[in-house]
Design a protein around this ligand. Structure first.
Ligand SMILES: [Zn+2]
Length: 380
């Protein structure tokens, strides 16, 4: 049975543009969008159930391009604004991988209620369980099984299960240049590329990473070494982006997460390789890593999107709050479409899911988000 959703306003982001459509209506069959337009245009051809959302503005379902749902039980359990080494020490003092399925379910439910329709989840140990929960709540997803450690990948190794879900797919991801061996990172990248999947990796997040990649030294390097997780980055004085590039990890299906510590030359490399960047502004602030040069990254034309990162380094997993934080602190002005693209169209492009997500268009998944009233002023 087809249904119709009405809203006073919508920004459909069709073709990346932002005509605000007043008196908006969307007809769907429960799965896909069948038609969009104004209610006055569509009312004569529609006879089913109408859900009127009232005086609100709707946009395409939001995309959270970086989250770790397996850490959902760690809200408020880590130190804030004391830098990465202190943050990781406090993180590791918790039972990291004892999956609390109730906490994950609550997190996914809240994300759905907030308008998030798709997320890229990175889990180290509990990929399959988290995927099943996302699927249950109708969350679109990539459930990324994170490769970490310095072991050589085995011949013919599978880096993620081939299981099918209603709303998502499994994929691989690399933890970081410093914690995951080069051959392993390359093998996962090759497996994802072969399957047509994006390849997420934490990149250029903090000064600890700079020091390890360039010289293999520092307190954090010592901690990693003690845990048998210190990758040999060659100690050639390279910057993380340069080193990632030398390993062949950067292309248009790479999702470089964080990119806080990027110089102009790094931004040029990322732009040249058509890498997608996922910024996690509130997580970087929470940990005390500083902030990425958002303005330069956006001006370079790099396809940029947003993620919350885990609840262990954020106050919530709301994409609206993430976007609000960026818009209140960024030093350039973004149009409505440019701002919303960071959580919709750009993310869909980066993740190769723009056949189903990113705009309110015929044929795409019938998912939408409602702009919170207090954000309308910031966006319009
Ligand atoms: Zn992360």
């Amino acid at each position: 049975m087809n249904k119709c959703i009405r809203a006073a306003r919508a920004v459909t982001l069709t073709h990346g543009k932002n005509p605000v459509i007043e008196d908006f209506a969307l007809i769907h069959d429960g799965e896909r969008i069948l038609e969009t337009g104004t209610w006055s245009e569509l009312k004569d051809q529609f006879s089913g159930e109408v859900e009127d959302l009232g005086d609100v503005a709707i946009v395409p379902g939001l995309i959270n391009a970086h989250v770790h749902l397996e850490l959902s039980h760690l809200k408020g359990k880590t130190v804030q604004e004391q830098g990465f080494t202190n943050w990781i020490k406090s993180l590791l003092s918790n039972p990291l991988y004892d999956l609390d399925t109730e906490a994950v379910r609550d997190a996914v439910q809240q994300m759905r209620a907030d308008g998030t329709a798709f997320c890229v989840d990175i889990s180290t140990r509990n990929c399959a369980q988290v995927a099943a929960i996302m699927d249950e709540f109708g969350m679109g997803f990539y459930a990324c099984c994170e490769a970490i450690g310095v072991q050589q990948p085995k011949e013919g190794a599978k880096f993620f299960p081939q299981k099918k879900f209603n709303h998502g797919r499994s994929a691989g991801s690399g933890h970081s240049l410093y914690s995951t061996g080069a051959e392993l990172l390359q093998a996962v990248k090759a497996a994802n590329n072969k399957a047509g999947l994006p390849y997420p990796i934490h990149l250029a997040e903090n000064e600890e990473e700079d020091e390890i990649v360039a010289h293999g030294t520092g307190e954090f390097a010592g901690m990693l070494k003690g845990a048998g997780l210190l990758a040999d980055c060659g100690s050639k004085g390279l910057r993380p982006v340069e080193y990632a590039d030398s390993l062949g990890l950067l292309d248009d299906s790479t999702l470089a997460v964080h990119c806080v510590r990027v110089a102009e030359s790094d931004i040029n490399i990322l732009a040249e390789r058509k890498v997608n960047v996922c910024l996690c502004p509130r997580s970087n602030t929470y940990i005390g890593e500083g902030r990425a040069p958002w303005e330069k990254i956006l001006k370079s034309g790099i396809n940029t999107c947003l993620g919350t990162d885990s609840i262990a380094s954020n106050h919530d997993l709301s994409m609206w709050n993430e976007l609000e934080y960026l818009l209140k602190n960024i030093k350039i002005s973004l149009s409505t479409a440019e701002a919303l693209a960071l959580v919709t169209t750009n993310s869909a492009k980066a993740l190769k899911i723009d056949d189903l997500y990113g705009s309110l268009d015929k044929g795409k998944r019938a998912v939408y988000a409602t702009i919170p009233a207090h954000l309308e002023d910031l966006l319009f």
